[in-house]
Design a protein around this ligand. Structure first.
Ligand code: ZN
Ligand code: ZN
Length: 111
């Protein structure tokens, strides 16, 4: 079984065609909407709107592994282990307060 412990292994995984396809399916299944915001009665949808100020899309959605990739490599491509989250929710879930500086998780699961 593959392991995803190093950045290199993860990069390969997030770069793979299999992941990209599954990621799209997961996004569509959730209507491109943050599932955690939704549980809180909010609607956070990926609108593809671009923020000139931040030089990125206004709302970024991440496909998050509910059981971490590192700990559960066997669930890496299990759609039931995936959840669509906006970046702020994602940061909170990973126990990080949102900071200005680049967040590792933001890019990790977005590939
Ligand atoms: Zn959210
Ligand atoms: Zn995550």
């Amino acid at each position: 079984m593959s392991e995803y412990r190093t950045q290199e292994q993860k990069r390969k995984f997030y770069d793979s065609g299999k992941w990209r396809r599954l990621r799209t399916v997961a996004m569509e299944r959730c209507n491109n909407e943050c599932q955690r915001c939704r549980r809180n009665g909010l609607v956070t949808i990926d609108t593809n709107e671009f923020s000139e100020k931040a030089k990125r899309k206004k709302i970024q959605l991440v496909v998050h592994h509910i059981k971490e990739l590192e700990d559960h490599p066997e669930l890496a491509l299990d759609i039931d282990n995936l959840e669509v989250l906006c970046v702020s929710c994602h940061n909170e879930i990973h126990g990080r307060v949102f900071e200005r500086k680049e967040n590792r998780w933001a890019s990790d699961e977005m590939w």
